[in-house]
Design a protein around this ligand. Sequence first.
Ligand code: GLV
Ligand code: MN
Ligand code: MN
Length: 410
Amino acid sequence: MQASVDRIRRDIDRINQYTGPGLGINRLSFTPEHQGAVDYVRKQLEAIDYEMRVTAHGNYRFRRKGDDWSQPAVTSGSHLDAVPEGGRFDGVAGVVAAVEVARLLAESGDKPSVPYEIIVFSEEEGSRFGGVLTGSKAMIGSLTKKDLVQMQDQTGISYIEAIENIGVNTSDWDKAVIHPGDINAYFELHIEQSLVLETKGIPVGIVTDITGIRIYRITYQGVPNHAGATPMPLREDSLAAAAEAIQAIESLAQGASGGTMVGTVGIIENEPNVSNVIPGRTHFSLDLRDIDRECLVNMSETIISQVKDIATRRGINCTIKMTADAPPVSLSNRARQALLDATKELGIKALEMPSGAGHDAQEMARVTDVGMIFVPSIGGRSHCPEEESRFTDIAHGTSVLYSAIRKLCL
Ligand code: GLV
Ligand code: MN
Ligand code: MN
């Protein structure tokens, strides 16, 4: 059976009606926009006899009514939260594909002996509470309830408060954690977010490895002073120090051997941020990634030591906090093979490739077999309003997903 392009297009368009003001898509976790999108998915699945369980961690799980929730399921999903001014496909494509698989299974008339489950993870992007892959990390127990009391949004609301405010009962936190053996397999379809598939003219990617990510929040504390009256040698300028650090990060990441290291400073907050005052305090982020764990750890240590050296040389203070650490993973042979077999059966050309973006799949890979499908991103743009993929490509990827999942469920 083939996935329906029309249903996929409709689902993606409807979900993206749930967006806040601003360019592109604005849908932070647990906001009314996010709740609207989750509710749309719930209604689609209820129409084919699925029920929703909201987990104590604020994720959403769906199985057919009457299925045994204690039996390990073959699962698929992704996320509905988006980066600010984000695109229409990141996360949404994977959720919609997982829903379409449920429809195809229902239409096939097959009687699966292993249940199929859809999972919608929350706060994958970390755009509201500052981590990354937060819902999936909570689900597998690598972030505790205490951790999530400490993770707060810009208004001081913690992750726990945010989910309790929308009615989530967090008392079963530990019982909701998933352990090895609790899930049969996890599959995620995602847009590629780069140019490889489009450049090679290949409609489907099968992911081999997912990048490791370390995120830091760095603060330089200098001395605010008069921009006119303070001579250059007497300044303790936190922003000038940050500028030096940002350049060092770029050249260290560029010079890394292996060619898969990337380093980004995406946030800069400067105080008092006034033209005639020497900056006194500057916060900036560091997002460092590599598919090689050892290279990632070594490079993060090198960068952090340079960041400290810059502060020492300039006579200012420096504080550094690691806010996320997701190790790289190689995906399971079993799940990868199921996807490769499906592409062969369907006559769809596929390319095995690594993922430079982070995905909930890499957290799930710590507790179960994980497979990931990429579909081409037009122009390789992502995390921006210009993010674009063809609905026909998403449908091809979904047909591959369905074929692999059906085999494991029967
Ligand atoms: C998630 O999209 C990430 O790769 O940061
Ligand atoms: Mn994503
Ligand atoms: Mn993303």
